[in-house]
Write a protein that binds this ligand. Structure first.
Ligand code: PCA
Length: 212
């Protein structure tokens, strides 16, 4: 039996729920395909504890594929992240009250890591199912980017592929009008993205970039 580890975050910034966790928890225990099971777990939204929690989950589950997800406030689609940067610059405090500014995720690490997921193939698969998706060139500088960076750093050279996906708010979740996606759509979009990641060893080449 092979394992896909799918991660979501606890709520943060006064939110009562986090759509990333609401979505991935519905995929916990789901058979992605014959012989492949999804294990979904929650990460704390705190710089001091998210990384060690991540390492513990990697050691415990020994997954063959790891995809972390988080809420991207303002995102309107399933955003497949391309790059994790070695920088923390928190606009708001995390759930433990920490707000580090202009520090490295891993001082001895490189400036950035690329996702090792087939990001273009994932976008295409999700879109083919009628669900909005795009490649995103930045995962921000908060806890999601930190976890993404730590994930890529931990798995360098392991042969285990990994990456990050941001999801929109749920409808009506945000205090002010914001783009959103229904929970069932987010769940299905993530399932299709994970399936495409599992079944695509080499990414397709098609445009997904931005001019500026
Ligand atoms: N989103 C935040 C942290 C947790 C989450 O779900 C982020 O994008 O950094």
């Amino acid at each position: 039996m092979e394992t896909v580890l799918l991660l979501g975050f606890e709520p943060f910034d006064r939110d009562l729920i986090n759509p990333s966790w609401e979505a991935v928890r519905l995929l916990d225990g789901v058979q992605l395909q014959e012989g492949v099971t999804i294990v979904a777990r929650q990460l704390p939204c705190a710089f001091a504890t998210a990384g060690s929690c991540l390492n513990q989950l990697l050691a415990e589950h020994q997954p063959q594929l790891v995809i972390a997800t988080g809420l991207g406030p303002g995102r309107s689609d399933i955003s497949i992240e391309r790059v994790a940067i070695n920088l923390i610059d928190a606009r708001i405090p995390d759930n433990l009250g920490a707000q580090p500014v202009d520090t490295a995720v891993t001082p001895e690490g490189p400036a950035a890591y690329f996702s090792t997921l087939p990001v273009k193939a994932m976008v295409r698969a999700v879109r083919e199912a009628g669900i909005a998706a795009s490649v995103s060139q930045t995962a921000g500088t908060f806890v999601c980017n930190q976890v993404f960076y730590r994930l890529q750093h931990a798995l360098v050279g392991s042969g285990v592929r990994s990456g990050f996906i941001h999801v929109p708010y749920l409808p009506g979740q945000a205090a002010e009008p914001q783009p959103s996606m229904a929970l069932a759509t987010t769940v299905e979009g993530l399932r299709i993205a994970v399936l495409a990641a599992w079944n695509t060893p080499r990414d397709i080449a098609e445009s997904g970039g931005q001019v500026c």
